[in-house]
Design a protein around this ligand. Sequence first.
Ligand code: B12
Ligand code: SF4
Length: 519
Amino acid sequence: MRILLYNPDNGVTRNFMPHLWMFLLQSLTPEGHEVVLIDGNAQPMDESGIARFVREKDIGLVGIGAMTRMIAKAYRMADAIRAVGVPVVMGGPHVTEEADEALGRNGGPRHADAVALGEADETWPRIVEDAARGQLKDVYAPVDAFGQERKPSLQEYPAIPWDKINLGQFNLVPKMAARTLQRIGDGWGTFRIIPMESGRGCPYGCEFCTVTGFFGDSIRFRTNESVVNELLLLKAVAKSEGGQIAVFFIDDNFAINIKRTKSLLRDIIAADAQVHWVAQISANLLRDEELVDLIAASGGKWIFIGMESIDPTNLASVNKGFNKPGEYAAVLERLAQRNVYAITSFIFGMDNDTTGVAERTLKEIRTWPPGLPIFGLLTPLPATPLYKRLEAAGRLTRPKHWQEFIPFEMAHTPLKMTIAEAHAEVKAGWAHSYNPEAMAYAVDSLKDKPLGYRINIFIARMCFRGIYFPQMGPLAWIKLIYQNRRTIFSLVKEGFATWHGRSGSRAADLAVGSRVDGD
Ligand code: B12
Ligand code: SF4
């Protein structure tokens, strides 16, 4: 049987990275079946396109995974596939919480033939075999012989065959430039950000988060050896094609067990398996100097920190009181000293937020080393404690907000400001952080750092701006480049001067017969 695994885009922003679940399920598919992957972020497709694709390619089963944000699109695509007679199984965090909705058991239309609840590592092979026999069940739950929920152990993690998977659709280097860039340095013909997990679960239980409910509060880890081998394989793949690779450790809190994280990072260094990597780590765990040293030495470049708010009352109200705004600056300095930067994530519209929250937050941010601030709204995701609290208080204004996804639009009333004011605060956060002056300031404030770091920060900022301000398509990018022309010009000028200086001194060295290369 030929199986299509499909992840929809949300139609607004495109992810820079493919989704791990597709590669994982592909690796866990029983022998004798062929698996095709389509990520809507890399290969946009509409309903008629996917219906045509499954017919032309003779697909026997389609698996769709989606977050709440993409679920409306996922249902539309599933409907189109089922209309041409191909069964659809859906999985992921949204349908796990809203299985009745996907199966049409709550009065709405049915979108899926089957739903995989929770982690599907162990149920997927069964789903495939049932589908091949034409005997799909409605619901697949990860339970043991006694009907108790069973979380898969990650000790026997499958080796994802990155060297055999066609990763063409996930290259971030534009086709036009790929050939030329392949010859630069170690090669930049391809650049991919690959998701990798080293563990699952988080015990913190923040009120707005799906993770503790979905993956559980006890943490399971892969062996160091399996992570190191995967990194080595990815490194080899990038080298063989004259390209670059970066890894996003998608663990919800990569340093949740500091001792284990340090041991993993030490093993990565010992095996020479370093690649540039990004990970999510909560601020409280970054107090440890040795951990931060190991992060830098093992290739860590960007750390995503869920700061959420600079107001301790807000943090306490969402069960995230372990975040201490008073230590944010020291944490970011500690990272910046090692040339590691932070993606700092904030949520506006919390219960203690009042108008002016964006400016108050920006004032703090300006005192920190430059990073990548991002701003969102408090969102009641299905089945989270937050959803239940707001529902009980009658504060949900759009209880099924996912059925009509609107980016950056609240689904409940905040307590101390209006919905419109909360929207304006988020807009102000993005506008003041990503206007050309803010971009120039971020680059200038790193004057003492090597040019490479400043270029890295600048490019990352240009891309991150697109999370809020639509910048899909060449025209939007041309406009953005024009607006930031001064910063671009100064970076190019400095790059040229550095290159010229280097080639000048190399010529001088050669002229006097001295050796310029190390032994
Ligand atoms: C990496 C990540 C991202 C990446 C993008 C996704 C990517 N390319 O990988 C980035 C950083 C861009 C991102 C952004 C956002 N994310 Co995010 N993200 C994650 C994260 C940390 C890891 C996802 C992952 O790969 N997990 C590991 C895999 C193995 O697990 P999985 O995807 O759940 O898959 C398993 C099962 O669900 C199931 N399964 C999944 N799909 C399918 C399909 C089929 C057919 C079957 C059978 C089974 C199946 O089987 C898999 C194996 O067991 C998760 C948290 C988490 N730990 O999962 C949050 C998470 C998915 N994100 C979340 C959110 C809310 C967001 C944002 C909306 C945040 C924001 N406010 O802006 C944005 C929106 C992104 C967008 N563009 O639309 C929520 C989603 C909750 C929900 N109900 O939808 C999560 C769960 C975190 C949370 N705090 O609650 N995210
Ligand atoms: S620390 Fe992060 S992953 Fe853990 S519950 Fe809180 S928000 Fe979710």
